[in-house]
Design a protein around this ligand. Structure first.
Ligand code: PEP
Length: 254
């Protein structure tokens, strides 16, 4: 059985004091939640404060990105060892907004994933097609290329413990338009098949595959009921404690 993992991606939102207010509510409300792993991904500048506030809870602090070099002349970047030092335990890599606006490619996402793992973090590797790609019947090809790049050079034993895939159809991110549970499950099952081919059955069954794209309290339960949907990467609805808590509770098995 895979423990579902629900992560709130706060994107470019929340000052440090706003982040602390939200995370304090989450700590109070989710402190006793069982059967589901939870994480939040604040901005880099709020990450250390959030991690400190979450000490003593099981809620993980995640970064929204991670550079592939550890140190050096890379103005504006933040490395995996620095993120770990600040209190992060997971890094999101390859989010569609990074691919769309900041030039991340399948190859660079793989470099970031390997760097996150080498730095002791878990890696949440995001994949997902754009609307035109879905309409052209290319969804699975696009996801295959993103998986091949994002997982390149990653060892199965490491993947089983510390790699999560987030399937996020780009047309569903921040649009209010969610993939139906059946649409999502079709792609999740395909990803699982690719994981079996790459890592073998045991590892493929251990890797969690999150769904992301306009997940809300009203649609979370139906999505999580699908066999290969193991939690969620939540954007907009993670900015309000009540909505995020409801989504986390919907992800609990049984
Ligand atoms: C995301 O940012 O990963 C995301 C899925 O956003 P939203 O939930 O707002 O669609």
């Amino acid at each position: 059985m895979r423990t579902p993992f629900v992560v709130g991606n706060w994107k470019l939102n929340k000052t440090i004091s706003e982040a602390l207010a939200l995370v304090t509510e989450l700590k109070n409300q989710l402190g006793a939640v069982k059967g589901v792993a939870v994480g939040v991904a604040p901005t880099f500048v709020a990450l250390n404060s959030v991690a400190k506030r979450l000490e003593g809870s099981s809620i993980a602090t995640c970064s929204q990105d991670c550079f592939w070099e550890n140190t050096g002349a890379f103005t504006g970047e933040v490395s995996a060892p620095m993120l770990a030092d600040a209190g992060a335990t997971w890094a999101i890599v390859g989010h569609s907004e990074r691919r769309q606006f900041f030039g991340d490619t399948n190859e660079s996402v793989g470099k970031k994933a390997r760097a996150a793992l080498a730095g002791g973090l878990g890696a949440i590797v995001c994949v997902g097609e754009m609307l035109a790609e879905r309409d052209a019947g290319r969804t699975l090809d696009v996801v295959d290329a993103q998986l091949a790049g994002g997982l390149d050079g990653i060892d199965g034993a490491v993947a089983a413990q510390r790699v999560v895939i987030a399937y996020e159809p780009v047309w569903a991110i921040g649009t209010g338009r969610t993939a139906t549970p059946a649409q999502a499950q079709e792609v999740h099952a395909h990803i699982r098949k690719r994981l079996v081919e790459k890592f073998g059955q045991a590892t493929a069954q251990a890797v969690r595959i999150q769904y992301g794209g306009s997940v809300k309290p009203s649609n979370a339960e139906a999505l999580m009921a699908e066999a290969d949907i193991d939690g969620a990467l939540v954007g907009g609805a993670s900015l309000e404690a009540a909505d995020f808590v409801a989504i986390v509770k919907a992800a609990r098995p049984g």
